[in-house]
Ligand binder design. Structure first.
Ligand SMILES: Nc1ncnc2c1ncn2[C@@H]1O[C@H](COP(=O)(O)OP(=O)(O)OP(=O)(O)O)[C@@H](O)[C@H]1O
Length: 224
């Protein structure tokens, strides 16, 4: 489903260059729950941003379902993201002025679906993540763990083929982290979504089907 060949990313700030990815190649199969792990500064978030089409690599190729996404122009990339990809970030990135149901409906509304349908889809996803009783709450009325579940519901509302999660448990305690990881696991099993998640917490690896280890911008090893 995802095929990456010789991916490189060099950040340039004036005369200073940082080679964050130095040529990585791997595949991710449809329906896998993959963890990207490695030390701080190793290139995990950079890799996730390239895979999730949130940034453009310096060189190399990424194919998603045989489409070479690294060749898409800006408009096509935006459309591809909206139609096929979902995102979960460590700071939840929710809109504080909107209630929970409205937040989750945003990607569906952006797709141009009928408003009432968007709210039905949002409600369904909030029930799936165990927040069917919080639809009209404002974001600040929820705990951190609940806010992250809202952001997962938002990532899933368009039923994307792939969900990218960048350290989604970074701001949560162990109990809430387990809830989030179990939620990803059940979504992966029940809805068949491919999930790619960055984490530096070793204990998270028990939840992943496979781990891609990255060290100093290079693939360290892959293991089942
Ligand atoms: N926008 C940027 N501009 C310049 N350098 C960057 C940028 N983003 C990341 N880097 C550098 O690229 C390298 C890889 O960073 P990245 O954030 O991908 O690592 P990471 O493994 O996700 O780290 P962490 O676990 O600490 O979040 C680091 O040396 C970092 O300083």
């Amino acid at each position: 489903m995802i095929r990456v060949t010789d991916l490189k990313k060099i950040y340039r700030m004036g005369l200073v260059e940082v080679a964050a990815l130095k040529g990585v190649s791997f595949n991710i199969e449809k329906g896998e729950f993959v963890g990207i792990m490695g030390p701080s500064g190793s290139g995990k978030s950079t890799l996730l941003h390239q895979l999730g089409l949130l940034d453009t690599p310096s060189s190399g190729r990424i194919f998603i379902d045989d489409i070479e996404v690294t060749r898409l122009d800006d408009e096509a990339r935006t459309r591809f993201r909206l139609m096929h990809l979902g995102y979960v970030f460590q700071d939840y990135a929710l809109v504080s002025e909107l209630n929970v149901k409205e937040n989750v409906a945003i990607p569906a509304i952006t797709q141009g679906r009928i408003l009432s349908e968007c709210y039905v889809a949002a409600t369904e996803m909030l029930e799936k993540v165990g927040l069917g009783n919080r639809l009209d709450h404002l974001v600040y009325e929820l705990s951190g763990g609940e806010q992250q579940r809202v952001s997962i519901a938002r990532a899933l509302v368009n039923k994307p083929a792939i969900v990218f999660a960048d350290e989604p448990c970074a701001n949560l305690d162990t109990e809430n982290s387990r809830t989030i990881l179990e939620l990803f696991r059940s979504v992966n099993r029940d809805l068949g979504q491919t999930i790619v998640m960055v984490s530096h917490e070793l204990w998270h690896q028990e939840y992943f089907d496979r781990i891609i280890f990255i060290q100093d911008g290079l693939l360290e090893k892959e293991r089942i």
